[in-house]
Design a binder for this molecule. Structure first.
Ligand SMILES: NC(=O)c1ccc[n+]([C@@H]2O[C@H](COP(=O)([O-])OP(=O)(O)OC[C@H]3O[C@@H](n4cnc5c(N)ncnc54)[C@H](OP(=O)(O)O)[C@@H]3O)[C@@H](O)[C@H]2O)c1
Length: 235
């Protein structure tokens, strides 16, 4: 039975990832900032037997504690899903993420969560990954981080995901000798708290695609940036 370790599993795509992997018979380690208030995740865990524990990906102390909890446990797939969008305001304004009104404390929090978190967790869990059968690190990125197609604004979010794309591509090189493969994958615009109600995709469809990408990830694909449906995205 393969093991998947998921961050940000309290809701949205992370919760759906936990649900689908558990239904498929995987051992699921579902982490989130506040297990005590993660009602849907706790219900799922009670029904499926998955393990739930606290992990704040923006905290080095919390990541170190996860490293100790996971000591000696092989992890086939690390799914860096936890993410922050940063402030949104109105239809065409991104308060605190627009040039001229950047809120730097917010920008740093978004970077700590979306960029530093996945790198730090991968470092903390590398022995778990390297001792597993599948050896895969997948980070949920975003198509709006494509440098080739930026439309302006959203400085915190776009830059955090563009930087994590570079981290994933660089990890692909550094971890290749240990047989660990990496991928940055965009879930598409999906109906979650972050994506909002107007998004065209359901979490169920997006996660089905993400899981297919995880399944096909191999050395030839390692370090790439793909959409949930498998198409390659421009950096
Ligand atoms: N939905 C979309 O259209 C879309 C598009 C492109 C990319 N994405 C990416 O997909 C991923 C999942 O997003 P979503 O749509 O499911 O959004 P969501 O519903 O807002 O869920 C975000 C999740 O991240 C968790 N989180 C935030 N900061 C965290 C931290 N410091 N430590 C641990 N967990 C943290 C949240 O936990 P709490 O419950 O504790 O807040 C929540 O579980 C994100 O990386 C996002 O950037 C989403």
């Amino acid at each position: 039975m393969p093991t998947v370790f998921i961050t940000g599993a309290s809701r949205g795509l992370g919760l759906e990832l936990a649900r689908q992997y558990a239904a498929d018979g995987w051992r699921v380690i579902a982490t989130c900032r506040s297990p005590a208030t993660a009602d849907e995740l706790n219900q799922l865990a009670a029904a499926s037997g998955m393990q739930v524990f606290a992990l704040d990906v923006a905290s080095g102390t919390s990541i170190e504690s996860a490293r100790q909890t996971m000591s000696g446990v092989p992890i086939d797939v690390l799914l860096n899903n936890a993410g922050l969008f940063g402030p949104k305001a109105g239809a065409d304004k991104d308060l605190g993420q627009s040039f001229g009104s950047i809120r730097y404390e917010v920008l740093e929090e978004v970077w700590r969560t979306n960029t530093v978190g996945p790198l730090r967790i991968t470092e903390a869990l590398i022995e778990n990954l390297a001792s597993s059968s599948q050896r895969k690190v997948v980070t949920i990125s975003s198509g709006i981080a494509s440098i080739a197609s930026t439309e302006g604004g959203l400085y915190a979010y776009r830059s955090s995901k563009a930087a994590v794309n570079m981290i994933m591509a660089t990890l692909a090189k550094d971890l290749a000798p240990r047989g660990v493969h990496t991928l940055a994958v965009c879930p598409g615009w999906t109906r979650t708290r972050m994506g909002g109600q107007n998004a065209p995709l359901t979490a169920q469809i997006s996660v089905t695609g993400i899981r297919a990408r995880v399944a096909e990830l191999d050395a030839t694909m390692s370090g790439q940036f793909r959409l949930y449906d498998g198409s390659l995205l421009a950096w």
